[in-house]
Design a protein. Structure first.
Length: 250
C-alpha cells in the first residue's frame, strides 16, 4: 500500500527527515514512536502534502502511484487520511455540511453520484455509533467549543465516514482521559479491514495495548532506527529512549 524509500524533507533550512524507509502492506497497523523532535509529525505532514515542508530526496508510492507528485486533495481522494494532533476549529461550518461536502467530493473523484440527504443522514447515524458520538455534536460547527476528547472522537468519526485506505493518527491519544482513549481505540479497531491500513504515532504504550499494532518503529533524528513487534513498545515504556540513543550515538 505505502512504500517510502530514502525520504528526506526540510522546513526552511532545517532538515528534519534524513532518509526514511517504510513499507506498509494492506491490513497492517504500524506504530511510530520516538522522542520529541525526532520527525514523527513531520513524516505525517509530508505524506499528506503539507506545503510547509519540502521533500529534497526519496520516493513515496501509494498503491503504486507517486504520492509526492499529488496535490494534498488528490492524496485525500486516493484514500489518505490524517487525524491531527491538534484538530482545528471551523466556526460557522456545521459538521453535517462539512462531512457531506467531503463525502460528495470523494464520490465525484470516484465517478459516483452525490449522496442524497436521506442516505447521507443514515450514513452519519451509522458511523456516529462507532465512536459513541452524541448527535448534538454533529449539528455544531466543526470542533468549535469541543473538549479535547470530543475533538479526537470527531476525528475518528470523520475517518469512519470517509473510509480511507490509509489513516495516519498523529498522537490521537494526546490529552485524552482513559474513557476517551478507550472510545477512540475501539473506533479505530472497529474500522479495521483487510484492505485498509493505519499509522499510529504515539508516545504511549497504553494506546498500543488497545490497538495492537503489527509493527512498531522508533524514529530518532529523522530516521527509523529500530523496528520490532508490539514488545518493542513495552520496552520503551519501561526504559525510555536513552538506551536507543546510546546504541545509535555510541
Amino acid at each position: 500500500m505505502l512504500e517510502v524509500k530514502n525520504l528526506h524533507a526540510k522546513i526552511g533550512d532545517k532538515e528534519i527527515l534524513r532518509g526514511i524507509d517504510l513499507t506498509i502492506r494492506d491490513g497492517e497497523t504500524h506504530a511510530i514512536m520516538g522522542p520529541n523532535g525526532s520527525g514523527k509529525s513531520t513524516l505525517s505532514a509530508v505524506l499528506v502534502g503539507n506545503p510547509l515542508y519540502e521533500v529534497t530526496d526519496g520516493t513515496a508510492l501509494f498503491n503504486g502511484k507517486d504520492l509526492l507528485a499529488m496535490k494534498p486533495e488528490e492524496r485525500a481522494h486516493e484514500g489518505l487520511f490524517l487525524s491531527f494532533q491538534y484538530p482545528v476549529e471551523i466556526p460557522g461550518v456545521s459538521m453535517t455540511n462539512f462531512m457531506r461536502a467531503a463525502i460528495n467530493e470523494k464520490r465525484k473523484f470516484q465517478g459516483l453520484d452525490p449522496l442524497n440527504a436521506a442516505d447521507f443522514l443514515k450514513l452519519m447515524r451509522e458511523k456516529r455509533k462507532v465512536v459513541e458520538m452524541d448527535s448534538k455534536l454533529s449539528n455544531r460547527s466543526v470542533n468549535e467549543g469541543f473538549s479535547g476528547g470530543e475533538k479526537k472522537r470527531n476525528e475518528i468519526f470523520q475517518m469512519a465516514m470517509l473510509e480511507p485506505k490509509l489513516a495516519i493518527l498523529d498522537e490521537t491519544d494526546s490529552g485524552l482521559d482513559v474513557d476517551a482513549m478507550r472510545i477512540v481505540a475501539e473506533g479505530v479497531n472497529k474500522l479495521r479491514t483487510p484492505d485498509n491500513s493505519r499509522i499510529v504515532i504515539t508516545h504511549y504504550e497504553r494506546l498500543l495495548d488497545m490497538i495492537n499494532p503489527d509493527v512498531v518503529h522508533v524514529l530518532y533524528q529523522g530516521r527509523i532506527v529500530k523496528t520490532g513487534g508490539p514488545g518493542l513498545a513495552k520496552v520503551i515504556e519501561e526504559k525510555g529512549y536513552d538506551w536507543i540513543k546510546e546504541e545509535i550515538d555510541g
